[in-house]
Design a protein around this ligand. Structure first.
Ligand SMILES: NC(=O)c1ccc[n+]([C@@H]2O[C@H](COP(=O)([O-])OP(=O)(O)OC[C@H]3O[C@@H](n4cnc5c(N)ncnc54)[C@H](OP(=O)(O)O)[C@@H]3O)[C@@H](O)[C@H]2O)c1
Length: 322
């Protein structure tokens, strides 16, 4: 394998998962960590991080990527649609001689056609991996599937995750609450990205879709942890996941009908609706009966290679809501 990766640039390092990825690199040590941020952003970063502000033009991206060995993209869903599915990042990575690019994946298995069909917005992620395949002889890539981040979901804004409401102790439970799903903590995602870039794992993870998780859960188990941690019962609101998936798909189809997902993302009113539809469709993937979010065998295979272990769901969830 060619020379090791020391200089790492993270795009979206201030975001939900970007912060955890940045922390993991700093905690591991041995990397020079930079953050690429919008010129207009008010995000702040740890003092050890070199901050590069950009207008996201191709020329400024090539400039920022030059001398970086790896670029990790952790921008959010709407930004991804705004930025044409990371097209410019991939061009810039190739032009600047970046060795490895990690796209903003971090969801269910988007290499599974049924998942993309169920959760339409995943087309963006698949499109990005298709672009990376075209340049993979020059820029290696690894797409990391994580399942849902339950620590984020436990406290996420209601517009993005309306089901678990900590302040009102209200839990929307779909169907019998027993469908298992594999999930990750933010910290586990950070550790996985670092491990992927270590010399001993470069060859195995090169140009691969890989899977990680922290544990397997059901909604009933999540509810039990919330009730034990908060010390009192929560109000359970019954719902049906079939309806939620259809509702998300109907909103998505309506707002993308005229100009596609990129046009919806930049529209002043449709951007919010896009996030809502994404949340609804993803919920159908996680809690639905199609086993869409169960990848235990693949996760065990990859975590064994990367030296990662399952985590304790009680520890992760109770820490998230305390
Ligand atoms: N598995 C899960 O449970 C789960 C949950 C949510 C998201 N995701 C996925 O994880 C990835 C990251 O999501 P996230 O929630 O961590 O992201 P996020 O916090 O919404 O955003 C990450 C960063 O993107 C930058 N950004 C925001 N708007 C932008 C724009 N218009 N143009 C360019 N940059 C912009 C910001 O950085 P600066 O301010 O520094 O520019 C922001 O901090 C996405 O692929 C998403 O689909 C997964």
């Amino acid at each position: 394998m060619s020379s090791s990766i020391k200089n790492v640039l993270i795009i979206g390092a201030s975001g939900n998962v970007g912060r955890a990825i940045t922390d993991a690199f700093l905690r591991h040590g041995g990397f020079n960590v930079s953050a690429l941020t919008r010129s207009s952003s008010s995000s702040t970063f740890a003092p050890e991080v070199t901050v590069i502000r950009t207008a996201y033009t191709l020329a400024s991206l090539i400039d920022a990527f030059t001398s970086q060995h790896a670029v990790v993209c952790a921008i959010g869903t709407v930004a991804n649609a705004n930025l044409e599915n990371q097209r410019l990042f991939i061009h810039a990575a190739e032009a600047a001689g970046v060795k490895k690019f990690i796209p903003t994946e971090f969801t269910l298995d988007t290499s599974d056609e049924r998942v993309v069909d169920l959760i339409k917005c995943c087309i963006m992620k698949r499109d990005t991996v298709d672009k990376l395949r075209e340049v993979e002889n020059r820029v290696e890539w690894t797409a990391v599937s994580t399942g849902p981040w339950v620590d984020w979901m436990a406290t996420a804004p209601a517009e993005e995750w309306p089901w678990w409401d900590l302040s009102n102790k209200t839990f929307v439970k779909f169907d019998d609450g027993n469908t298992p799903f594999d999930a990750s903590s933010h910290a586990q995602v950070g550790k996985a990205i670092v491990a992927t870039l270590l010399p001993e794992n470069r060859e195995a993870t090169k140009n691969q879709h890989i899977f990680i998780r922290s544990f397997r859960l059901t909604q009933n188990q999540v509810l039990e942890i919330f009730e034990k941690t908060t010390g009192s019962p929560w109000t359970v609101v019954p719902n049906s996941i079939g309806d939620v998936g259809k509702q998300g798909r109907a909103i998505y189809d309506e707002i993308t009908r005229d100009g596609g997902i990129s046009a919806a993302a930049v529209h002043p009113e449709l951007g919010g609706k896009l996030l809502l539809s994404v949340g609804l469709m993803i919920s159908a993937g996680i809690f639905g009966l199609g086993n869409w979010c169960q990848f235990e065998d693949k996760a065990k295979f990859w975590m064994n290679k990367l030296g990662l272990e399952d985590e304790d769901p009680v520890e992760v969830l109770s820490k998230a809501i305390r």
